[in-house]
Design a protein around this ligand. Structure first.
Ligand code: NAP
Length: 639
């Protein structure tokens, strides 16, 4: 439909058809929300069940009644400028009731403040409260942001709104970070796109529920252009080191551009380099002696022609899951080397495109996109959090960690059996022996159909070495035209290879014992004053959720810190060591309860000594409340 909301409401038969394409649970939330009438949610309550498609069981006559009522209400309330007027917005205390019905499970009242914020993204979003305050100051500290990926762009947008001077240093010739660098076929998100977008910049143009890399890159470009960030970014410029000067109370950033070294001084540094930016070559003996192409998924060689080639793929994580089915379509033979199987979940929306009607609804029906986003928040993060926590009384702790986790396990096994059940040998190879969610949960990208192809082989024998000719396992030697490595990233070596020198010459990598990064809330580190990290230690959302949301929490916190500096006329703030230690011991304690520390699980989430350094153990609502406002008492300030 091309019409705007007001005009569409004058065409009942057309708008009914369009609304039929929307999720009825979400439409009902909108209706109850704008009318303050809870009777509508009561109608759908018995039928809405989690997680991927909340509306699926609602009877048609109820859907129809809700849609007709919604049209009537909107007709009364929407003016010719398409603005909602005369609304009788529901009282806050009922919000969790709405949400509970919308996701088919009890959502506690503690979610209300976060939900209210998520529902309100007008010009006066509470998430931007510090921005308004900071804007009032004439003189503000200047900032260097390292990286123009998702978090660097976000920081740039918010700093520019707060009128804080900033420069973004970007090593590539374009923005986008991981979404620029990863170009392998099939690359895309496995988090639903309607939460994998900035809250203040919802995109109605996503063609798919889970977009591919090009769409996400285009979205990020759009944001950079819309918020005029291009002039603030120094492209093709690598940050070599940053060093804190205690006398000047400034950071010196050493940059290299066109082989020329220069420096930048700033009061504040924001590291937005992320966790997944250093591709890791597998530590297989002799790999460097291989004399044919080795192509890492994160450094894709667009010029290599895979057509009719005999290709090896090492790695079956998120990148392997996406690239393998694409390679299988064009190669003569694809041999996949799997060290450990991943749990793979089937998701009906993973390959689906949004209908035009659904896109129209997301863009035009007031609050629909907001409620939909909240439903996704629940289904893909906080709603499953409990199933990731070990139940100490659970009797089957070798295979799962609690009853719900075990149910997930059974459902996934059923899914796998439905596709390759007759092939017992293959079945044994692909069913993991550790609990679901221990490693990154993968969305089934037609993986099992691919394994059934004649030109695909799955090898689970241990790779002993690679030499100039090929790969040798404990059973066989294989010759290939090229090896693709989907072997992930050096995530625990955070911020490296940038050298970060704080107070008293302390080197951040030494402080972190090379692979044991820690930070207060993932953001600040003692002895590194005015140094803030986005997507830092223990802020990865391993089971779902959205890094974008976490980024928004982090930048709000950072702006809160800048606000504290300005309000109190301080120039420097340094996290107290005891605060940092206390936070991290609380975090480690929580991790000990979580699936990622299960004795059968090994993954990139853990460092060499087994500590989880990348993931957040918290629910979104916890991290949101921890980061809402920096506590003055957590920092040492100086003028
Ligand atoms: P990964 O999850 O770390 O997977 C690496 C794979 O390589 C694993 O299967 C691993 O086996 C295997 N491997 C590593 N070293 C090996 C060796 N020496 N011999 C044999 N196999 C070896 O890396 P990734 O797939 O690139 O994903 C990393 C993260 O990036 C994901 O968890 C996700 O956060 C993000 N990502 C997201 C998407 C998305 O859809 N949004 C797509 C790609 C990546 P083991 O399991 O035995 O270690």
């Amino acid at each position: 439909m091309k019409l705007n909301l007001y005009d569409a409401l004058q065409q009942p038969s057309e708008i009914i058809e369009v609304l039929n394409e929307a999720d009825i649970a979400t439409l009902t939330l909108v209706l109850s929300y704008i009318t303050s009438d809870l009777s509508y949610i009561d109608k759908i309550r018995p039928f809405v069940k989690g997680a991927f498609d909340y509306s699926v069981n609602v009877p048609r006559e109820i859907s129809r009644e809700i849609i007709i009522k919604l049209i009537k209400e909107l007709k009364n309330k929407v003016n010719k400028n398409n603005n909602l007027t005369k609304i009788n917005m529901i009282e806050d205390k009922y919000l969790s009731q709405l949400m509970s019905v919308g996701v088919g499970t009890e959502v506690p009242n503690e979610y209300i403040p976060m939900m209210k914020e998520e529902l309100n993204f007008g010009n006066n979003s509470p998430r931007d409260s510090y921005i308004e305050n900071i804007k009032k100051y004439n003189s503000k500290p200047d900032v260097v942001i390292i990286g123009s990926g998702l978090c660097g762009i976000l920081a740039g947008i918010k700093l520019s709104k707060a009128k804080i001077p900033f420069t973004i240093i970007e090593k590539n010739d374009s923005i986008g970070g991981t979404w620029y660098e990863n170009t392998y076929p099939g690359c895309g998100v496995d988090t639903p796109n309607h939460v994998y977008a900035y809250s203040f910049e919802p995109s109605y143009e996503w063609e798919e529920f889970y977009s591919k890399r090009d769409s996400i890159y285009k979205y990020l470009k759009h944001c950079v252009n819309k918020y005029n960030l291009n002039n603030n970014i120094k492209f093709n410029t690598t940050v070599k080191s940053i060093e804190y000067n205690e006398k000047l109370k400034k950071w010196k950033t050493l940059i290299i551009h066109d082989d020329k070294i220069s420096t930048l001084d700033s009061s504040i540094i924001i590291s937005a380099v992320g966790q997944l930016n250093k591709p890791s070559l597998p530590d297989i003996q002799g790999i460097r002696n291989y004399n044919k192409p080795i192509i890492h998924t994160a450094k894709w060689d667009k010029n290599y022609n895979f057509k009719n080639k005999n290709i090896a793929l090492i790695g079956t994580g998120a990148s392997g899951m996406q690239v393998a089915p694409e390679l299988a379509k064009i190669t003569k033979k694809l041999t996949i080397f799997q060290r450990t199987p991943h749990w793979i979940i089937s998701n009906p929306n993973y390959h689906r495109k949004l209908t035009d009607g659904k896109k129209w609804v997301l863009e035009n029906i007031p609050y629909y996109a907001r409620w939909y986003r909240l439903q996704l928040f629940w289904g893909f993060c906080d709603g499953i959090h409990e199933s990731l926590c070990k139940d100490p009384n659970w009797n089957f702790s070798e295979r799962s960690i609690n009853q719900t986790n075990d149910r997930f396990r059974n459902n996934m096994i059923k899914h796998i059996e439905s596709l390759i059940g007759s092939n017992k040998e293959l079945l044994n190879k692909v069913i993991p022996n550790y609990p679901p969610y221990g490693k990154r949960m993968l969305m089934d990208n037609n993986w099992f159909e691919m394994l059934n192809r004649n030109n695909v082989a799955l090898i689970t024998d241990k790779i002993n070495f690679i030499n100039s000719k090929g790969i040798t396992t404990n059973k066989n030697t294989y010759d290939f035209d090229a090896i693709v490595t989907a072997t992930g990233f050096n995530a625990s070596k955070m911020i490296w290879p940038i050298e970060v020198i704080g107070k008293k010459g302390i080197n951040l990598q030494d402080y972190w014992e090379k692979d044991n990064p820690k930070a207060n809330l993932g953001i600040t580190v003692p002895n590194f004053p005015n140094f803030f990290i986005m997507y830092g230690p223990n802020t990865n959302l391993a089971h779902g959720g959205s890094i974008v949301f976490h980024g928004e929490c982090q930048i709000r916190y950072i702006l809160g810190c800048i606000n504290l500096l300005l309000e109190n006329k301080y120039s420097i703030m340094d996290c107290k060591t005891e605060v940092y230690e206390k936070y991290n011991s609380k975090l480690d304690k929580q991790h000990a309860q979580m699936v990622w520390t299960h004795h059968k699980v090994d993954s990139w989430y853990r460092n060499k000594s087994g500590r989880v350094t990348t993931n957040s153990p918290w629910r979104l609502v916890d991290y949101w409340s921890f980061t809402k406002e920096p506590k003055e008492k957590d920092y040492i300030f100086s003028k």
